[in-house]
Design a protein around this ligand. Sequence first.
Ligand code: HEM
Length: 180
Amino acid sequence: MKGVVFTAFLEMVENQFSENMVDDIIDSAQLPSGGAYTAVGTYPHEEMVSLVVALSERSGIGIPDLLRRYGKYLFAHFFLTHPSFFLKVHDALSFLGGIEVIIHAEVLKLYPDAQLPRFETEHRSDNQLVLLYESNRHFEDLAEGLMLGCIAHFAERIDIERESTEHGGRRKERFTLTRR
Ligand code: HEM
């Protein structure tokens, strides 16, 4: 995973928990990298899992909740660091509908070694978007948090329903987003 994902995570922990919490989870996660991340580096995604598990143990907050919370934070962070992605998009469903072919496609140009998930659009209308997420890193909860962050960013009222599906042994998560 790109270092930016780790530096933003530790920044969230410092802001929403404490500086000591950052040191504590880095110590207890026993990371091969030692926790010294640079935004442009690349690190095993297992280190992110270890950090979230350590934060869950110390905070008593469940792992899915922490990943959703982190996703929301990360979206706001991306808005600050990649303002050009937001220039022509004025609502959450349009932004999310372009996640694969516009946003992550641009991300791949900026970071050619990024390991991105795959999003398929199953259905799209004015008030509904159905996205199928697939990744062998299984960050379904992080994906939901990023969607929640996007909805909050555009200040909209959109419900998210989730369902796990399996096709030929490959798990996909179906997110149905419906504007209220
Ligand atoms: C401006 C907006 C966005 C930018 C700049 C961005 C960029 C990135 C980057 C740099 C990574 C890390 C890749 C790696 O570690 O190698 C990533 C991963 C990821 N992105 Fe995005 N992203 C954006 C929006 C979103 C949104 C809205 C979603 C959800 C619909 C999303 C879903 C994910 C997920 C789930 C991952 C984790 C990797 C995985 O699941 O396999 N991203 N993104």
